[in-house]
Every structure is written in C-alpha cells, then in structure tokens.
Write a protein that binds this ligand. Sequence first.
Ligand code: ADP
Ligand code: MG
Length: 256
Amino acid sequence: MSFTIAVAGKGGTGKTTLAALLIRQLIKSGRVPVLAVDADANANLNEALGIKVGDQTISSKMPRINNSLEPLPAGMTRERYLAYCVHKSLAEGDDFDLLVMGGPQGQGCYCYVNNLLRGFVRQLSSNYPYIVIDNEAGMEHLSRQTTNNVDILFITSDATVRGIRSAKRIKELVENLSLAVRNMYLVINRTAGDFGELLKEEIARTGLTLIGTIPEDEQVVGFDLVGRPIFELPDESPVVKAVSGIMSRTKIIEEP
Ligand SMILES: Nc1ncnc2c1ncn2[C@@H]1O[C@H](COP(=O)(O)OP(=O)(O)O)[C@@H](O)[C@H]1O
Ligand SMILES: [Mg+2]
C-alpha cells in the first residue's frame, strides 16, 4: 500500500512549493520511488521539480475518450487509448515520476472514463511507496476519486485572515464531500514574525491543527525569478528545514 500525501489550498499559497519539497525530502530519506501527481489545472509542479513534461494532460484527452462520436486513433478501444494517454502523461525524473492530470473536463458525464482512469491510476500507484499530489482548491480529482485515498492532506494558507478562511472552506469541502482523507493539517506559508491575535483566532476557528509554518524566504523568490527548480534548494534552506519539521511531526519521516 502506498502512503499518499496531498496538498491543497488557495492559488498562490505555496501548494506546489510544499509538494516539491515533500518530494525532495522523501527522496533524500530514501523513500523512493515517489509518484508525483499534478492535479492542479494550472499545472506547474514539473517546473518546481525541474523536469520537462509534454503539453498533453490526461484531462485534455478525456472529452475525446468520452465522446463516442469523436473517432479514436485507428484500432484503439477507449480503454486502450486512455491507458496510452496515462502513459504519455507520465514524466520520469530521478527517483520520482510525475503524472500530470490536468484541470476540470468541463460539461458532461465522465463516469465511464473516470472509472477507467481510477483503475489505471490505482494500478500505477501500486508501484510507488509514496505518492504526493499537488491539488487545486476545488479538489476536482479527489472528489472524482481519480487519485488515491489520502493519508495526509496539507492545506496551505498565507498568513492572512482571508487565506485562513479559504483553508477552512477547503476543510469543510473535504468533510462535506466525505472525501477519503485520513488526516488534515494546516500549513501557513510565507510567514514573517508572529501572528496577531486576529489571525490566531481565525486559525483556531478552522478546527485544523497548525502543523507548521514555512518562513518567507528570499532564496525561494530568487529561484523563482530565474526559473530555477525549488527542488534544488540546499539542505540548510530554512524552507527545507521547515518542511522537514512538518514531515517529522506528522511521522512521515524522522528528523535526522
Ligand atoms: N516560503 C516562501 N518564500 C518566498 N516565496 C515563496 C514561498 N513559498 C512560495 N513562494 C512563492 O510564491 C509563489 C506561489 O507559490 P506556489 O507554490 O506556486 O503556490 P500555489 O501552488 O499554491 O499556487 C511562487 O512564486 C513561489 O515561488
Ligand atoms: Mg501550484
């Protein structure tokens, strides 16, 4: 059974950064191979990990597979074509592979294709002891269960009241949809100094455990500026250390 970690949160709060650093630390501690899943419509986990991917996501192919009027490539059944698309959406890195799911598929019922996809992803997942999913806030793939059940969901927020409220809504969404998530934690990113009383109250109101904070870091900004993968941050980076701390507190890995 794979151990599945997912990251969700409002756009720009650090989901991809956290997902990439979780993968970095899993690899550093020898928990390989990792399956990275980019389930955000605005897919860019590959950039954070420093690998190239094709421009075709699984989601972008689903309308074609779903629509019996649109012809599939010669000699392909829908099932085989989807298997081919999943295979094409898998990019290989050192010690990890990346599966790019892509965004929502739009109108229509995708039950049939989703069921097939679920089967493929489950089968693929079984080859990896650890899976890290970079989700969007809408939890599209989690709610369609096209990705695995989740052992730990980290909900990211910035240190603002609005961000924390948005984290609370994501938590409620997970509960209302009865998604298969075992544990949920709040992670506040880009912190600088202490939280004010207002923010502390807002955090308490989420009902989430604040499992860690990640400091605002110039080096992350610098890497971003030149398009350098966050994955390459040095061990002594405060951001890397913060993520290690979070992983040890959640018992994903022990701190060295
Ligand atoms: N701790 C941090 N310090 C400085 N910049 C950060 C930090 N975390 C994230 N960023 C920057 O903030 C932006 C949004 O982060 P990202 O991880 O892409 O968010 P999301 O995936 O939630 O949209 C990126 O430009 C990223 O480099
Ligand atoms: Mg992102």
